[in-house]
Design a protein around this ligand. Structure first.
Ligand code: G
Ligand code: G
Ligand code: MN
Ligand code: NA
Length: 253
C-alpha cells in the first residue's frame, strides 16, 4: 500500500525516466532498434526495479497512466532523434496486460502518433504470451494495432503459454527469444536446441526473431549461424539514458 501511494505521486513528481537498449541486426551489425525500459528513482529508496513496482502498478490500475507516459515519452524521443537527422530506428515499448486490454488502445496510439508526426512503422509494442490467453480479445486488439501500422513482438518468448495455434493465427511480427535460453546457449545443449528451434520456426512462419540477453561473442556467433535476425544484450550495451544512447549509438551510426 505504501508503494502504491508512492507510485501514485511518482508521475507528478517526475521520478520516472527511461533507459534505452540497442537492438542490432546480425547480418549487417547495424543498429535497427532500441527497447525503452522504465526506471523509477524513488526519493528515499533509490532506484526501484520494475520487477518490484510494475506488479503493484498493474494491480492498482496505475499502470495505465504510467504506461501511457512510457509510450509517449519513448515515441517523442524517437521522433526527436529523427528530426535531428539520425537514421530512423524502431522503438520497442513493453505493454502490460491492463494496457493491452484497454478499449480503443489503437485509436489513442494512432491519434498520438499522428499528432507528433511519427510513422507507426517505427513503433514496436512488446506483449507477453500470457496476454493472449483470452484469444478473441487479444486477436481483436492485435488486429486493430496492426491496421494502425505498428510492429508487434512477443516478449520473453518460450517462457509462457505458447500454443502453436496462436502463433499461426495471431497478427504478430516478431518473437523475442527469452534470455534464459540465450544465456547458457553454449553450455546447455537443450538451450541450443530451443534457440535453434524457435529461430527456425520464426523463419517458417515469416516472423522476425530477436535474441535477448546476448552477453558474449560465442553466443552471437551461434545466433548468426542460426540466421537469427537481431540481437539485444549486454554484449552490445546495458540499457542507458537517452543522452548516452545518442552519444554512443546514434552519432556513430
Ligand atoms: O530493465 P529491467 O531488466 O530492469 O526490466 C525488468 C522487467 O521490467 C522486464 O521484464 C521488463 O519487460 C519490465 N519493464 C521494463 N520497463 C517496462 C515498462 O515500461 N512497462 C512494462 N509493462 N514493463 C516494463
Ligand atoms: O522482459 P524484458 O525482455 O522486457 O526484460 C528486459 C530486461 O532484461 C531489461 O531490464 C534489461 O536490463 C535486461 N537485460 C538486457 N540485456 C541483458 C543481458 O544481456 N543479460 C541480462 N542478464 N539481462 C539483460
Ligand atoms: Mn521487453
Ligand atoms: Na525478455
Amino acid at each position: 500500500l505504501k508503494m502504491e501511494n508512492d507510485l501514485r505521486r511518482a508521475l507528478e513528481r517526475d521520478e520516472f525516466y527511461l533507459e534505452y537498449q540497442p537492438q542490432v541486426q546480425l547480418s549487417t551489425k547495424e543498429l535497427v532498434g532500441m527497447e525503452a525500459l522504465l526506471r523509477w528513482q524513488h526519493p528515499k529508496r533509490g532506484l526501484v526495479s520494475p520487477v518490484e513496482f510494475i506488479p503493484v502498478a498493474e494491480e492498482s490500475g496505475l499502470i495505465v497512466p504510467i504506461g501511457e507516459w512510457v509510450l509517449t515519452t519513448a515515441c517523442r524521443q524517437n521522433k526527436e532523434w529523427q528530426t535531428a537527422g539520425y537514421r530512423p530506428i524502431c522503438v520497442s515499448v513493453n505493454l502490460s496486460m491492463r494496457q493491452f486490454l484497454q478499449p480503443n488502445l489503437a485509436g489513442k496510439i494512432g491519434e498520438f502518433l499522428k499528432r507528433i508526426g511519427l510513422d507507426p512503422c517505427y513503433v514496436d509494442l512488446e506483449i507477453t504470451e500470457s496476454m493472449t490467453l483470452d484469444k478473441e480479445k487479444a486477436f481483436e486488439q492485435l488486429k486493430r494495432l496492426k491496421e494502425l501500422g505498428v510492429f508487434i513482438s512477443i516478449d520473453d518468448f518460450g517462457t509462457g503459454y505458447s500454443s502453436l495455434h496462436y502463433l499461426k493465427n495471431m497478427p504478430i511480427d516478431r518473437l523475442k527469444i527469452d534470455r534464459s535460453f540465450v544465456s547458457e546457449v553454449m553450455e546447455d545443449s537443450n538451450n541450443a536446441a530451443i534457440v535453434s528451434t524457435i529461430t527456425s520456426m520464426a523463419h517458417h512462419l515469416k516472423l522476425k526473431v530477436t535474441a535477448e540477453g546476448v552477453e558474449n561473442e560465442d553466443q552471437l556467433q551461434f545466433l548468426r549461424q542460426q540466421r537469427c535476425h537481431e540481437a539485444q544484450g549486454y554484449f552490445f550495451s546495458k540499457p542507458v539514458r537517452a543522452q548516452e544512447f545518442e552519444n554512443i549509438f546514434l552519432k556513430s551510426a
